[in-house]
Design a protein around this ligand. Structure first.
Ligand code: IUR
Length: 363
């Protein structure tokens, strides 16, 4: 049976699956039809699964991958910002790692340097902890904010860290759920579509990607990480987001503390300029690139220096404290936490464990 595409062209889903199965390219119109059908549930799950597997096995041209990402971005709401913010709306994405608390430090540091950071973060995936889980160890912290509330917090504080709203890139929710059960997660155009469409829906000016490789990362070697990084950078730039990737090692946890509330405490130490070197280095590197990309700094090195200053002069910590209050934490608790008082529910019992031999702990 023939079905109608929104722009009146005739498109047939089983014919499209056959085309991709036979390594042919899908037109922009066909990709539009596929993503709309995924979003409005007019395409069956078995057809979505078959298409994802065909994409996984036969790949996509760069043009197809960009079209897929653009259509996914437009499948739901796209955040809108005041004109005067258009060059300073920035965010980062990390492929994730143990002890990765960079977002908690980077977001307020960037706000202290004049950027607007509508950071939409996720939960833990596999063995890596999620930024939202870490922040929720602070009593009262609310990750659910509407687009209007996000805009308000950006106007007053400059940064927020929130969960994905229901109407942002609904196509990704459906596609990701089906990728998860059809062994089609590990596929470059689908990864790029998923990650970059969500950043596109934030209407960013600039994006930094932290692509990790090593024992504790999804990709074990640098060549795979580089391939993913280059792919994401191409698709990000094609959607009009100035995009740069940093490739970093993930053989050891970042910093010295692992666990939600412990990572908040270590982030606050870093926000006072007293954090572990590896964490501070990542924050200043990623932040330096973003400040340079969005024109707030004349060079990457100057951007790094600005981020370091914001950590040392208390401005980044002040932004973090203001963000906590804007997201539901009482002013007294936010102040106490930032002053270093032990207000979080950490482990009640502490016990020293002695290793039997020297070595590294990976997982
Ligand atoms: N994170 C995402 O948002 N999407 C993906 O496909 C992967 C990680 I892999």
């Amino acid at each position: 049976m023939e079905e109608m595409c929104t722009n009146s062209a005739h498109v047939n889903i089983s014919e499209m699956i056959r085309k991709k199965r036979d390594k042919q390219s899908l037109s922009a119109e066909e990709i539009n039809y596929f993503v709309q059908g995924v979003t409005n549930q007019s395409i069956q799950d078995c057809q979505i699964g078959a298409m994802l597997m065909a994409i996984c096995l036969q790949g996509m041209t760069q043009e197809e991958a960009v079209n897929l990402t653009q259509e996914m971005k437009l499948s739901g709401a796209v955040l809108e910002w005041p004109k005067e913010w258009s060059s300073v709306i920035v965010d980062k994405h990390s492929t994730g790692g143990v002890g990765d608390k960079v977002s908690l430090v980077l977001s307020p540091a960037l706000a202290a340097c004049g950027c607007k950071v509508p950071m939409i973060s996720g939960r833990g995936l596999g063995h890596t902890g999620g930024t939202l889980d870490k922040l929720e160890s602070i009593p009262g912290f609310n990750i659910n904010k509407s687009p209007e509330e996000i805009k308000q917090i950006l106007a007053t504080v400059g940064c927020c860290i929130v969960g994905q709203t229901a109407n942002l890139v609904p196509a990704d929710k459906k596609l990701y759920a089906i990728r998860d059960v059809t062994s089609t997660v590990d596929c470059l155009p689908l990864i790029a579509g998923s990650i970059i469409s969500k950043k596109g829906a934030e209407s960013l000016a600039a994006l930094i990607l932290d692509v990790k490789y090593g024992e504790g990362a999804l990709y074990k070697n640098i060549s795979e990480a580089r391939e993913l990084a280059e792919y994401l950078v191409y698709v990000g730039n094609s959607l009009g987001i100035q995009t740069v990737a940093a490739i970093s090692r993930m053989d050891n946890p970042i910093g010295k503390r692992i666990g939600n509330s412990l990572e908040v405490i270590e982030s606050i130490e870093c926000l006072k300029g007293k954090g572990p070197k590896d964490l501070e280095e990542l924050v200043t590197c990623l932040g330096g690139h973003l400040l340079h990309l969005c024109g707030k700094a004349g060079s990457f090195k100057a951007g790094e220096k600005d981020i370091k200053n914001a950590l040392q002069n208390g401005c980044a910590l002040g932004k973090f404290q203001a963000m906590l209050v804007a997201q539901g934490v009482t002013p007294d608790l936010a102040r106490a936490l930032c002053q270093g008082e032990e207000v979080l529910r950490c482990a009640i019992k502490q016990e020293e464990l002695k290793a039997e031999a020297e070595g590294m702990m990976l997982h």
